[in-house]
Design a binder for this molecule. Structure first.
Ligand code: CDP
Length: 782
């Protein structure tokens, strides 16, 4: 057999194919799109967090030269578009009609010949407001007599949204009654924001002649968005084409439907010209999908050093409209992994949601439906428990880990973890860190008056939503499609329902086809984002692309290989059963010199198929994942604290991740480094805050801090591989693992430096000011 070039399929660090255009500045983002006759949209936003609108006068704005229209909520109401449904089954104002409910809410929109004219004209819209009390905490929102924020909703007499629970109260109460120690932690996961480099926006182009609406928009889920557009606007779905072009990051921010998309489309429909909406940074930070904002109380029941029960009570601040992207049947994703990596026999978790006068969102910022909060809580609780019973936090974790032989493991909240080996990941992380040595150094440093802290988080994550029977968004099953066509010369086009925002899909999904069909990744073009051109599916968020679309890609490739085998048998004049798939080609058993590649077969598929066989070599597969995948890992962080200022610095950060089989190890490492950077940022600096009047503090990058290369620590990575038993390639998702798992490791490290003085908690973001206050209180300040 002729020597063959090694197929660079699964497991190869193939350089990112898409970078050929990105590093040359040749990416196409929505703002690069200019259509003939295009108009520009700018919003007028509310200065108040809560106020009744008594009048809106648009006359002065309309009189500006170049202004084509001023759109108000009242105008939209005439077309039944003033309110839209959210992904959580609530409603959200597109443009305010009765009241404004958060600072920065969209009140009116100017459509003009240029963006500058639109911005100037916005200043001339006259709105009279009657200010109301602004509610900025869920605790105040739920007090008796608090003003009702959503008073327009029939039957809504207070600010309560939901109560959900998981686990078993009775067995949990029993575990607590029999415990020899109970450990508690109250903590708050503050509001932060995905803040992608590219803000949101769209170009809506409704063609009056054909009735076709083409919307270029920043969408992580173009197919789901098209369906929702059809349902909301009453447009026929086949007359809507959503094109999500290159995206400059998403991190969950580009999952919800925002008023900008709706108003631009409605304006294009009414005016008959294309309309562009470009969100600015303040618009992005003040009004689009925030994340977290969870108040959490956790308790562990302990007996003989083992965790016997977990009790959790959470209170979520959802802002003025409940618009988390949340599977409707699986209400709170946090239930999946709230018991963490630990074999906890009994758990009871309750969570309540409330409306406040803040922007809506609660998006899964690099996270699957609030699992970041759950991971943070359990990893902080476990460390607290270790201190309280005087055991090293690492030992305490090891004593309580779910053991490898217990998988598949049914958690006390009712979810089945697919696979894991937590001790192996932890051992590797500790070895890389030199844990014992680090502990000795910590002791010695303490004796010299220096503060070193070592923090560990052994997180379990959950990604890959999800099985159609249990998971849906707005009723849509969370399946994804892959369509693959092999052309006569053996070059392939793969069309996917997911949408990369920088994750390297054009490379990794090509590698999956390469692995399955013996092509090189460069022979496969991956297309995503255009609903007229790709199969249906729910899109990219919550690290679901590899678990769902990756599996669909493997399955469609295998389907094509099955047909290819018949054609190869015909070409080789052998029985189909005598062919083996070996080294990326079909080989006749016992006669290795007789073989055919997929390229050979592809040519025959269009020129020389067996009698009676349909020509062509293509297929489509819709994958319904049997279960979620549960990636995991151990992050170990060492910090030093300056006793004179409270400034803390990361000295080491070791991250061992297990996401099953890695398709492209280089891309996985990039994902982990990005995730660690965001986890560090959340722990150290990111915060969207509000003053008592509901004014947003964090509406620009002066107030909302994101780390630059200067602040970002160095990361040392390691890996273990525990394949997912139900994924065709054994792969689990990874994109969000580090953001989910690492904040607890950073905070645990800072707390660990002060734990000997009795400090048990510091709230994120752990600023030097907070550490300084803790140092003073503990008598450690210098
Ligand atoms: O859904 P999203 O693409 O954000 O997340 P993901 O499925 O975790 O994938 C992120 C990137 O890492 C993609 O390019 C994946 O193909 C790649 N990846 C990989 O190479 N191997 C894995 N086991 C998981 C992800």
């Amino acid at each position: 057999m002729a020597a063959t070039e090694e197929i660079r399929g699964v497991g190869h660090s193939v350089k990112r194919l898409e970078d050929a255009r990105f590093i040359r500045g040749k990416g196409t983002y929505f703002d690069d799109i200019t259509l003939p006759g295009m108009l520009h949209l700018e919003f007028m936003r509310s200065p108040f967090a809560h106020a009744r609108i008594t009048s809106i006068d648009t006359a002065r704005a309309e009189a500006v030269d170049g202004v084509v229209a001023v759109v108000t909520g009242e105008l939209l109401a005439q077309h039944n578009l003033a309110w839209m449904p959210t992904l959580s089954g609530d409603t959200q104002a597109v443009l305010a009609t009765d009241k404004v409910r958060f600072q920065g809410q969209e009140v009116a929109a100017v459509i003009a010949e240029s963006a500058y004219i639109a911005k100037d004209a916005v200043e001339l819209i006259d709105v009279d407001y009657e200010p109301l009390e602004a509610i900025t905490t869920p605790q105040r929102a739920l007090e008796d007599g608090a003003p009702v924020i959503r008073d327009e909703k029939e039957g809504q007499a207070d600010n309560h949204i939901y109560d959900w629970e998981a686990g078993d109260k009775e067995t949990t109460d029993k575990a607590f009654a029999e415990a020899d120690k109970v450990v508690e932690l109250d903590t708050f996961y503050p509001r932060c924001h995905p803040a992608p480099l590219e803000c949101c926006g769209c170009v809506a182009d409704v063609n009056a002649a054909t009735g076709k609406a083409t919307i270029y928009m920043t969408s992580q889920a173009p197919h789901a968005h098209r369906t929702l557009f059809a349902l909301v606007a009453g447009l026929p779905e086949h007359k809507i084409r959503i094109i999500s072009p290159d995206l400059g990051g998403g991190f969950g921010n580009k999952v919800p439907i925002y008023p900008g998309y709706v108003v631009a489309t409605a304006a294009s429909l009414l005016i008959g010209r294309p309309v562009k909406w470009v969100e600015d940074r303040t618009g992005n930070l003040i009004s689009t999908g925030f994340a977290r904002d969870y108040h959490m109380h956790g308790e562990l029941a302990l007996k003989d050093g083992r965790i016997t029960g977990l009790r959790v009570k959470m209170l979520s601040d959802n802002g003025a409209f409940f618009s988390d992207a949340q599977p409707t049947k699986c209400k709170a994703g946090l239930f999946h992994i709230v018991t963490g990596s630990y074999d906890i026999p009994a758990a009871h978790v309750v969570t309540e949601g409330a409306y406040t006068n803040k922007a809506p969102g609660g998006v899964a910022y690099r996270c699957s439906f609030r699992v970041t909060e759950a991971s943070y809580l359990i990893e902080r609780l476990v460390q607290t428990a270790a201190y309280e019973i005087g055991v090293d936090p690492v030992e305490f974790r090891k004593q309580n880990f779910i053991r490898p032989e217990q998988f598949p493991y049914k958690s006390a909240t009712g979810f089945t973890y697919d696979s894991g080996d937590y001790a192996a990941a932890m051992d590797l992380a500790l070895e890389k860190l030199g844990y014992e040595e680090m502990r000795r150094e910590q002791e010695e440093a303490r004796a010299e008056g220096k503060l070193i802290g070592i923090g560990v988080a052994s997180f379990t994550e959950v990604v890959g939503a999800g099985h159609g029977a249990d998971y849906d968004i707005a009723g849509l099953r969370m399946n994804d499609g892959a369509e693959l066509r092999i052309h006569p010369t053996g070059k392939a086009v793969l069309k996917l329902s997911v949408k990369s925002q920088g994750q390297g899909h054009e490379t990794t999904f090509a590698q999956i086809v390469a692995e399955e069909l013996g092509l090189q990744p460069e022979d496969v073009e991956v297309q995503e984002g255009d609903t007229d051109n790709t199969p249906y599916g729910l899109g990219t968020y919550a690290s679901r692309s590899t678990p769902v679309s990756g599996a669909a890609t493997a399955m469609v490739s295998r389907r094509i290989r099955a047909k290819a085998q018949k054609i190869a048998a015909h070409l080789l004049e052998a029985s189909e059963d005598d062919l083996e798939w070996e080294g990326g080609r079909f080989v006749v058993r016992g006669a290795p010199e007789k073989s055919k590649t997929i390229a050979d077969v592809a040519f025959a598929a269009y020129t020389n198929v067996p009698e009676g066989m349909e020509g062509g070599l293509e297929g489509v597969y819709y994958y319904d994942p049997p279960n979620m995948t549960y990636p995991f890992g151990t992050y170990a962080v060492v910090v030093e604290i300056d006793r004179g200022t409270g400034v803390w610095k990361v000295r080491r950060c070791v991250a061992v991740d297990d996401c099953g089989v890695r398709i492209n190890p280089m891309i996985v490492e990039g994902q982990i480094m990005g995730g660690l950077t965001e986890g560090f940022a959340i722990a150290a600096m990111e915060l969207i805050d509000f003053d008592e009047d509901g004014n947003c503090i964090g509406a620009n990058f002066v107030d909302y801090l994101i780390p630059t290369a200067w602040e970002t620590p160095k990361f040392e990575l390691g890996e273990t591989v525990t394949p997912s038993p139900h994924h065709p390639l054994g792969a689990k998702g990874v994109g969000e693992s580090a953001t989910v798992g690492s904040p607890a490791a950073f905070v645990n490290a800072v707390v660990d430096a002060l734990a000997h003085a009795g400090v048990r908690n510091l709230e994120m973001p752990v600023t030097s000011g907070k550490v300084w206050a803790a140092l003073q209180e503990a008598g450690l300040a210098e």
